[in-house]
Write a new protein. Structure first.
Length: 190
């Protein structure tokens, strides 16, 4: 049975009230968390497996993209080119995607994972810019918004809602005495 609730909030200085269904919000947050988790996990684990390939010529690296695939006119071309070939950047990318995805899939440390996942998506968005502010911040398929920006906002929402509490491990982790005694840890959970 679906129960209806009313959300009362202030957004951009305006009072906002709207009715919603608790059940459908729960389902949608759960499925968004799982789908976003799978998207990140799959992107990361395929890089890890390729990186660990026995044949070194098949090993994944971000170097080719960072040095050659940043669009002309991108104001951050130099920054990304300087990152090319740095093994730390490769590992941060691979493990960041894999671990953030796994955390979302399990519903564990969702706020922490969503924050860092959104940061990664913003870096990918910066890499996709085809021009600066005066050019209207164009990306491959429009202005300002591309898939990376959508993912970053979705991750922000998952963290804001505490989506790890919905059929996730965060609901159990929050009940641990260690977390009860260290309330600040709740900022990473949810």
């Amino acid at each position: 049975m679906s129960t209806r609730q009313t959300l009362h909030s202030e957004i951009l200085g305006r009072d906002v009230n709207f009715d919603y269904s608790e059940n459908w919000v729960g389902y949608s947050l759960f499925f968004m968390r799982v789908v976003m988790g799978w998207t990140l996990f799959q992107g990361g684990i395929t890089k890890v497996v390729t990186y660990l390939d026995a044949d070194p010529s098949n090993n994944w690296t971000a170097a080719g993209f960072l040095a050659n695939a940043i669009p002309q006119g991108n104001p951050f071309t130099g920054m990304f080119a300087a990152m090319a070939g740095n093994p730390l950047i490769d590992w941060l990318n691979m493990l960041g995607l894999t671990l953030a995805g796994l955390a979302l899939l399990l519903g564990a440390l969702v706020r922490f994972a969503a924050f860092w996942g959104a940061v990664m998506m913003l870096f990918y968005w910066l890499a996709a810019l085809e021009g600066g502010l005066m050019a209207g911040l164009p990306v491959a398929h429009g202005w300002v918004v591309d898939d990376h920006m959508v993912y970053a906002v979705l991750l922000f929402g998952l963290g804001a809602f505490g989506a790890g509490r919905i059929l996730g491990l965060d609901s159990y982790i929050e009940d641990l005495s260690f977390v009860e005694n260290n309330r600040w840890l709740r900022y990473f959970l949810g």
